[in-house]
Design a protein around this ligand. Structure first.
Ligand SMILES: *[C@@H]1O[C@H](CO)[C@@H](O)[C@H](O)[C@H]1NC(C)=O
Ligand SMILES: *[C@@H]1O[C@H](CO)[C@@H](O)[C@H](O)[C@H]1NC(C)=O
Ligand SMILES: *[C@@H]1O[C@H](CO)[C@@H](O)[C@H](O)[C@H]1NC(C)=O
Ligand SMILES: *[C@@H]1O[C@H](CO)[C@@H](O)[C@H](O)[C@H]1NC(C)=O
Ligand SMILES: *[C@@H]1O[C@H](CO)[C@@H](O)[C@H](O)[C@H]1NC(C)=O
Ligand SMILES: *[C@@H]1O[C@H](CO)[C@@H](O)[C@H](O)[C@H]1NC(C)=O
Ligand SMILES: *[C@@H]1O[C@H](CO)[C@@H](O)[C@H](O)[C@H]1NC(C)=O
Ligand SMILES: *[C@@H]1O[C@H](CO)[C@@H](O)[C@H](O)[C@H]1NC(C)=O
Ligand SMILES: *[C@@H]1O[C@H](CO)[C@@H](O)[C@H](O)[C@H]1NC(C)=O
Length: 309
């Protein structure tokens, strides 16, 4: 029985990929509860559809974190969305279950505390702060420890447009990371250089995987930067030597051809000289069109002209 349990556990561990976040989700969810409480404090007789910056409500041990609160009617959110809630763009069609008349949308920017509450696996690095969007029941603005709701963007996705995204190092690819409220995470592609899409609430950021950069270096560990030029130099060298060889062969061939022609010409000249002893050498070439010597000398410059450039 014990062995069976162990085997089952091993099977489970094999089936689920290594989580991006180490077991810190309870710390993160207690932060959510704290930030909900502080964000709601900024909502004193709030106007619906107005963003309230609640950053100044935070205690000093949360310096670097920014929060805001926005109250909306759920019907209005579903019909019209909310185009610009800081970095978040809420499209129409976002549905919340169970049904609520009014909602509070809490915005979080964890700034330099992103790594503390959402630590990444060693090979990953943040290129932007972790941003959070969480939806709560707005009926009691002094309520604490509110349960999370079920949020679904049934039409277009919710977009997160990050500001000031750091560029990943050359060779690394930026990826969106999404942390759900249960503590699991997933990746998706960045669009437009700074935008992530989601169908629900949670925490979002942009990361890159540095193991992609660390794996290739074993052959050239001393100088990883000049390695691409080296490669192209090698290719250039090969192409250059092949071309050079070809040019050399062509030249050699031309030289051989020319030497043979020259020898032939000399031979014919000798024969001509022997046969037409009295005539001037020059005249013999111009007049005697039937002689092979004349055609030989006329085609030769044409050949040179063809190959010379
Ligand atoms: C909220 O206010 C803080 C200062 O209290 C400021 O640093 C921050 O930029 C503001 N956030 C937004 C989204 O306006
Ligand atoms: C911040 O300090 C307060 C006491 O001032 C403490 O109750 C709270 O747990 C601390 N919060 C964090 C996130 O460390
Ligand atoms: C985060 O940055 C703020 C200033 O923006 C600083 O006061 C705070 O000490 C920093 N916290 C950490 C953990 O680096
Ligand atoms: C929202 O909160 C109010 C007041 O606390 C409560 O009566 C109501 O049942 C809550 N609605 C949901 C869907 O949780
Ligand atoms: C709102 O929540 C607070 C804190 O949980 C509680 O004391 C109060 O009775 C609640 N008010 C209503 C109307 O439910
Ligand atoms: C969200 O809505 C879409 C479209 O209505 C639906 O296909 C999907 O199953 C829903 N997802 C959840 C988690 O309710
Ligand atoms: C992660 O996202 C991909 C699509 O980007 C999806 O196919 C996959 O099911 C997701 N995994 C989890 C555990 O949510
Ligand atoms: C993400 O990007 C990669 C490469 O750019 C591409 O192969 C893949 O299909 C994309 N995934 C989605 C869900 O768009
Ligand atoms: C991180 O990168 C190192 C070096 O490339 C590699 O050995 C290690 O397996 C990677 N760890 C994970 C969790 O991917």
């Amino acid at each position: 029985m014990r062995l069976f349990h162990l085997l089952f556990l091993l099977l489970l561990l094999r089936c689920f990929p290594a989580p991006l976040v180490r077991a810190q989700s309870s710390q993160a969810s207690s932060l959510d509860a704290i930030l909900q409480e502080y964000a709601f404090r900024a909502l004193v007789k709030p106007k619906t559809g107005t963003i309230y910056n609640a950053t100044s409500q935070l205690p000093s041990n949360l310096t670097g974190v920014k929060i805001a609160a926005l109250r909306l009617r759920s019907g209005s959110m579903r019909r019209k969305g909310f185009p610009s809630y800081n970095e978040f763009e809420i499209p129409k069609g976002v549905i919340v279950k169970p049904y609520l008349k009014r909602l509070v949308l809490v915005y979080q920017n964890l700034g330099n505390l992103s790594n503390t509450y959402y630590p990444l696996l060693p090979n990953y690095t943040y290129l932007a702060p972790v941003l959070g969007l969480l939806l709560y029941n707005a009926s009691n603005l002094s309520a604490t420890n509110l349960p999370t709701l079920n949020v679904n963007a049934s039409g277009d996705p919710i977009k997160v447009r990050f500001q000031d995204v750091t560029d990943p190092p050359l060779g690394a690819v930026a990826k969106c990371v999404w942390f759900d409220l249960q503590g699991s995470s997933n990746f998706s592609n960045v669009t437009g250089g700074n935008t992530c899409s989601t169908s629900t609430q949670g925490h979002f950021s942009i990361v890159y995987d540095s193991s992609v950069l660390l794996r290739p270096p074993p052959p050239p560990p001393t100088s990883p930067a000049p390695s691409p030029p080296k490669e192209s130099n090698k290719v250039g060298l090969i192409v250059g030597s092949v071309l050079g060889g070809l040019v050399f062969l062509v030249l050699l061939f031309l030289l051989l051809f020319w030497v043979l022609k020259f020898k032939q010409k000399k031979k014919i000249q000798r024969m001509e000289r022997a046969s037409e002893a009295g005539e001037a050498l020059h005249m013999a070439f111009v007049r005697d069109t039937k002689a092979p010597a004349a055609t030989g000398t006329r085609t030769q410059p044409a050949l040179e002209h063809e190959y010379a450039p």
